[in-house]
Design a binder for this molecule. Structure first.
Ligand code: GTP
Ligand code: MG
Length: 344
């Protein structure tokens, strides 16, 4: 359906952190499908996106979230690579984000790309939470699936619980060294001044309900103003990747973060030499809860509203650039839009 004015846009949540600390696994568990298993050498080498609707978040979060309390449509997760050579992609992910999750392996603690992620979020002033991941790897941990972390902790021996607390306080200390005041998320009153730490296991599921609850709460409380955009207005987005799609030629994997892009819209896209002016031939939407980067099946849609991941088919995209801006022209002066794209 065409979006209407007054609708809130989906917040964009970037997932950042050091290589192998569990970013893709966390999204796999939320999606209920495995992307990590299909990754070459098991490291992420691209930015991806996954739209998770509110009712799915409600299902996973269980008793912690009542979808009735929220009027945001869901969350759009951006997966980023943790390997040191992909810092451009991490910055791009950070720049798109309204909020972020910094994933830290609870045993491995802070590592170079953890600190790099914090620097990006500082620079872009993006609110974030810390996921203290892999709690199931603590010796003696007794896993029991996707459940609130307090329930999981109550089931552990005193030794495991104090081991966990020790590691969590280490993470809180490291955050403090980086200039962030942080605490266990259940003790944080004001998430604007304090960083909440959520212990969880991306693999076995404990604590994921808590993470989703904190993200929804944070978005609803602090982002509602920012999310109140003209969802039906002129679309704006960023190219994640330029890809070949059978039957469509060169296409753009993109994030639309403002307004709406429609079929037949005239768009300006940043190119290698100069901005490309073209017309949208088809909008290909990945299936709900799928990762745009690996999805093979798409539905053709007439319009896509922010925020969402979309594959855009249009003529003349061969020189389009990853990271480049996309702007819908519609009733604007074409030259002004070209200049805007050039300036970015
Ligand atoms: P990059 O994208 O390369 O930066 O890595 P990543 O942060 O996406 O890590 P990924 O999800 O690929 O996980 C790395 C490895 O850690 C995989 O073998 C996962 O199965 C494992 N792993 C991730 N999360 C958990 C967890 O909570 N518990 C356990 N036991 N293993 C985990
Ligand atoms: Mg990954």
């Amino acid at each position: 359906a065409e979006p209407t004015a007054g609708q809130l846009r989906t917040p964009i949540v970037a997932v950042l952190g050091h290589v192998d600390h569990g970013k893709t696994t966390l999204l796999d568990t939320i999606r209920g499908s495995a992307v990590t298993e299909g990754e070459a050498g098991a490291i992420t080498q691209h930015i991806g996106s996954t739209a998770v609707p509110l009712d799915v978040i409600g299902d996973i979060a269980g008793s912690l979230v009542d979808p009735e309390d929220f009027d945001l449509p869901g969350l759009l997760f951006i997966d980023t690579p943790g390997h040191h050579s992909f810092s451009t992609l991490r910055s791009r992910g950070g720049a798109l984000a309204d909020i972020a999750i910094v994933v830290v392996d609870v045993t491995d603690g802070f590592q170079p790309q953890t600190i790099e992620a914090l620097d990006i979020l500082k620079r872009t002033q993006t609110p974030f939470v810390v996921a203290a991941n892999k709690v199931d790897t603590l010796p003696g941990w007794n896993p029991d699936g996707t459940e609130p972390i307090q329930t999981a902790i109550d089931r552990q021996s005193d030794r495991v619980e104090s081991d966990l607390n020790e590691r969590l306080y280490e993470i809180i200390g490291e955050l403090s060294d980086e200039g962030f005041s942080a605490d266990m998320y259940w003790r944080v009153q004001n998430f604007q001044n304090n960083i909440g730490v959520v212990p969880l296991s991306a693999m076995t599921g404990e604590g994921i309900p808590d993470l989703l609850t904190v993200l929804m709460g944070l978005s609803q409380r602090y982002l509602k103003e920012e999310m109140s955009i003209d969802v039906g207005g002129r679309g704006a987005g960023t190219v994640l990747e330029v890809t070949e799609e059978r039957g469509f030629g060169t296409t753009l994997d993109a994030i639309v973060y403002d307004g709406t892009v429609r079929e037949d819209d005239r768009i300006v896209v940043g190119g290698v030499n100069e901005p490309i002016v073209t017309e949208v031939r088809a909008l290909l939407k990945p299936k709900p809860l799928s990762e745009i980067r690996t999805e093979k099946q798409f539905d053709t849609v007439e319009a896509v509203a922010a925020a969402d991941g979309i594959k855009i088919a249009a003529p003349d995209l061969d020189d389009a650039m990853a990271g480049a801006p996309i702007r819908v022209v519609r009733d604007r002066d074409l030259e002004a839009v070209i200049e805007e794209v050039q300036a970015e």
